[in-house]
Ligand binder design. Structure first.
Ligand code: NDP
Length: 480
């Protein structure tokens, strides 16, 4: 047996990598090292889920004074102070990064604050020039936002940059109709930014249940977002370089923005041309046009690791790559790009490799949420997917919830169950409502256990709530 420096070398200190490293070291007694070139915590903690959710909370307070007045409170509108919020956000992210470092240290993991590349089936090379050998290498390098290939794309920002803005823009054009585009459209709209969103397809949130995403699009427009579908951007450039920009309602003066992803930090208003030939000027353009796995210049293909068409690492059910000593988990494998999934993949890897218990990763029936306003919680098949598979019954209700209806608001929520006509199992559940993410976690347990529609019907409603509708829908609205 060759002598290795480590039993496991993890590349990437995000949620998946950190979990795998500390469980392998702390529970399985392995000698483990981890290299991270940026901040510990990765996309989720530093530039994704966590700061995004705190921004969701911040933006939701915009509605509180109006609601409170409708309920009899004598309360005035306030103003949002971005720099105050951003300062607190930075402090919180520093704290969380410290927690991640502490967890690794406490488990006895050696940490290298350096970029690591793979230089052999059992060897990594650090940007410090050192090489380390390991019996197993785990690649958990995540992904990064990508800009579309169009002239002037570098004028815009990507999601990573939002948390570093020195000031909120007065107006923003968001390109894309996925999770990040829709979530930030709602957040920034709530924080008082004039939001325009262009999505190239017919309806935002492609892949989600049609009725659910239709309601979200309606509610986003109702909330003031200027959402356009069937349109894209073909060109962007600084407004100062565009001839017709002067005549347009030019937004506020140039500001310092971002800088972490290489866009101009002194960018001012941006002129854009759309696929319909129209030109406009926005304070900022956000490209939320997808993410790519971080595999570039990692030395992976050179040692025999196979990459897919999007650059993702190809792995088997045990997260093992084409090189038996090298494994990969999380967004870099582009399976299901969600933090809890990366964590599970990390745990299954440790179970398989260090605990002698071969554990495949279960990617079935993963509950998830989109933090738009209103939120969407979803688990299982959409109506469209299910009806292609087998005969189904669709149970659905949409209504004005008590809390906002009392305040005179027209906001609607949606509760939907997709049921197999034959087995009676609930194949999918889709909820669009405030706190839908919290509701779907619990519905997800029942559905993962194989609950039937009759199991839902047998469950007594919690009254008065929105989610009671999930157990009180008696007749299908459609069968297919
Ligand atoms: P998505 O893949 O969800 O969305 C990308 C969007 O950009 C799509 O609407 C796509 O259109 C559009 N697009 C792609 N290329 C172009 C182009 N050249 N021009 C115009 N539009 C384009 O990616 P996101 O970046 O929003 O999110 C990445 C992943 O991160 C998600 O898939 C999810 O796994 C994860 N995530 C999860 C969150 C959560 O759990 N709440 C929150 C944020 C991210 P089209 O539909 O036509 O392809």
């Amino acid at each position: 047996m060759p002598d290795f420096d480590y039993d496991l070398f993890v590349i990437g200190g995000g949620s998946g990598g950190v979990r795998a490293a500390r469980v392998a070291a702390g529970e399985a007694g392995a000698k483990v090292a981890l290299a991270e070139e940026d901040r510990y915590g990765g996309t989720c903690v530093i530039r994704g889920c966590v700061p995004k959710k705190l921004m969701v909370f911040a933006s939701e307070y915009a509605d509180v004074p109006g609601m409170a007045r409708a309920y009899g409170w004598d309360i005035g509108d306030g103003a949002f102070d971005w720099s105050k919020f951003r300062g607190k956000l930075e402090d919180e992210l520093d704290r969380l990064e410290g927690v991640y470092r502490g967890l690794l240290k406490g488990s006895g993991v050696d940490m290298f604050d350096a970029r690591a590349t793979v230089s052999g089936p059992h060897e990594v090379t650090l940007s410090t020039g050192e090489t380390k050998s390991a019996k197993h290498i785990l690649v958990a390098t995540g992904g990064r936002p990508i800009r579309p290939d169009l002239p002037g794309a570098e004028c815009g920002i990507v999601s990573d940059d939002i948390f570093h803005l020195d000031a909120l823009p007065k107006s923003i054009l968001i390109i894309g109709g996925g999770y990040i585009a829709c979530e930030f459209a709602c957040i920034l709209n709530g924080l008082g930014v004039e939001v325009t969103q262009y999505y190239r397809g017919a309806q935002i949130l492609r892949g989600f249940d049609d009725e659910a995403r239709g309601l979200i699009a309606d509610e986003m427009r109702e909330a003031g977002i200027d959402l356009h579908t069937g349109i894209n951007i073909v060109e962007a450039r600084p407004a100062s370089e565009a001839e017709d920009a002067e005549s347009m309602s030019a937004p506020v003066q140039a500001r310092q923005i971002g800088g972490s992803t290489g866009h101009p930090t002194d960018a001012g208003p941006i002129w854009i041309k759309a696929t319909n030939g129209k030109t406009k000027v926005f304070d900022t353009v956000l490209f939320a046009t997808g993410r790519a796995p971080n595999t570039k210049d990692m030395g992976l293909e050179e040692v025999g690791v196979k990459l897919g068409r999007q650059g993702q690492i190809e792995v088997d059910a045990y997260s093992q790559t084409a090189v038996p000593s090298i494994y990969a988990i999380g967004d870099v494998t582009n399976r299901v790009n969600l933090t809890p999934v990366a964590i599970r993949e990390g745990m299954a890897f440790v179970e398989t490799v260090f605990k002698g218990n071969k554990t495949p990763v279960d990617h079935e029936l993963i509950p998830s949420a989109v933090f738009t306003q209103p939120e969407m919680g979803t688990v299982g098949m959409t109506e469209e997917e299910a009806e292609r598979q087998e005969p189904i019954e669709t149970y659905c209700t949409s209504f004005r919830p008590m809390q906002s209806a009392f305040a005179g608001r027209t906001k609607r929520v949606l509760m939907k169950l997709i049921v197999s006509a034959e087995s009676r199992k609930v194949l999918g559940c889709h909820i669009v409502a405030p706190n839908a993410a919290e509701m779907i976690q619990l519905a997800g347990v029942a559905i993962k256990m194989g609950a039937t529609k009759e199991d839902f019907d047998r469950t007594v409603a919690v009254h008065p709530t929105m989610s009671e509708e999930i157990v009180t829908m008696r007749n299908p609205v459609r069968t297919a």
